[in-house]
Design a protein around this ligand. Sequence first.
Ligand SMILES: Cc1cc2nc3c(=O)[nH]c(=O)nc-3n(C[C@H](O)[C@H](O)[C@H](O)COP(=O)(O)O)c2cc1C
Length: 234
Amino acid sequence: MELQPNNDVEKIILDRHSVRAFTTQDVSRDTIQDILSKASFAPSGTNTQPWKVYVVQGNKKCQITAQVVASVNSVYQGQVDKKSFQAPYLYYSEQWFEPYLSRRRENGWSMYKLLGIAKGDKSAMHEQQLRNFKFFDAPVGLFFTTHKALEAGAKMAIAMLMQNIMLIAKAQGLDTCPQASWNDYHQIIMPILGASDEEVFICGMSLGYADLSSEINRLRTPREPINNFVQFFD
Ligand SMILES: Cc1cc2nc3c(=O)[nH]c(=O)nc-3n(C[C@H](O)[C@H](O)[C@H](O)COP(=O)(O)O)c2cc1C
């Protein structure tokens, strides 16, 4: 069933989707500042605003991309043990189980199908995975950190900040892809950013103008009907 938006906010929420191919068109510093200023009105427990955001463009972005791509390749080629790169916190559970496993698989296969990547084509899958670490060619990369002594509430707050960024960007004609794929490489990224020892890496994000000619950007993901996850009590 196609949902009909009743207003601009609903339209933006329904239009937002993860974009995985961007044009190289620059995003102005003013635009980025405007998006982040407004996004910072996200709620956070007792208004702690437990977020720090690093915006990378130009050389800094190239430096991070080059070092992370080299590390991802070294794991793929078997030169370095994957365990050398571990995320600062578990984003997923260690064991996949239903119904999450099926949804994850469907997501992956839908993406590979659009790209014409056949099941088992490890090399093509690896190349697509590497696109994450080039910010899908977006001109702007964002990294989110918090204080390492903070608990789950800080991650919830950052998630709300991220959603605000994604919606405000969309409303301004920009697109985004939230990216936990960077998390495994936080030990490479944090020193390049000059982040302090008190910070912990939470997530990354690509920001830019969508490449509308790209097949991958045609991906639209399904949602469960609310009866499958909502329980009403009178
Ligand atoms: C916190 C978070 C991290 C994500 N990490 C990645 C990522 O590393 N790479 C990627 O291609 N997509 C990533 N995604 C995008 C999800 O795959 C996407 O949100 C989901 O499939 C729903 O699709 P939609 O965003 O287009 O609605 C992430 C999403 C979230 C919320």
